[in-house]
Design a protein around this ligand. Structure first.
Ligand SMILES: [Zn+2]
Length: 115
């Protein structure tokens, strides 16, 4: 199977061809290195309530009181949670909340803190 090459970033020509690790355009002569696989379509970026990009191991604070499902516990606003882990799903942060235990949080209810 022949893989479709991306169009020329300089003139949008579809007639690009590959020479070793570089892509070449026969129409304008542009030569460039293709993006590594998947680099352009990373849809797994998780952002906090103010748009900071979150990553595994970050520390966040909770920005509003959150009721814990199935219990009377409440995670108070300002609660600091260390060592978060990003996961797929509705609750996209896996973490251990001090005094409550392991649980899932939604990224829109936290804010990243610099330590
Ligand atoms: Zn071109």
């Amino acid at each position: 199977m022949i893989e479709a090459l991306p169009p020329c970033p300089a003139c949008s020509s579809a007639y690009t061809y590959q020479v070793d690790a570089l892509l070449n355009c026969p129409e304008c002569g542009h030569e460039w290195a293709p993006m590594p696989d998947g680099a352009a379509e990373d849809d797994t970026i998780v952002r906090d309530s103010v748009g900071n990009v979150l990553s595994d191991g970050d520390t966040v604070t909770v920005i509003k009181d959150l009721k814990v499902k199935g219990s009377s516990a409440v995670i108070k606003v300002g609660t600091k949670v260390r060592g978060i882990r990003l996961v797929d799903g509705d609750h996209d942060i896996d973490c251990k909340v001090p005094g409550v235990g392991p649980m899932g949080l939604k990224s829109q209810f936290v804010k990243k803190v610099a330590e």
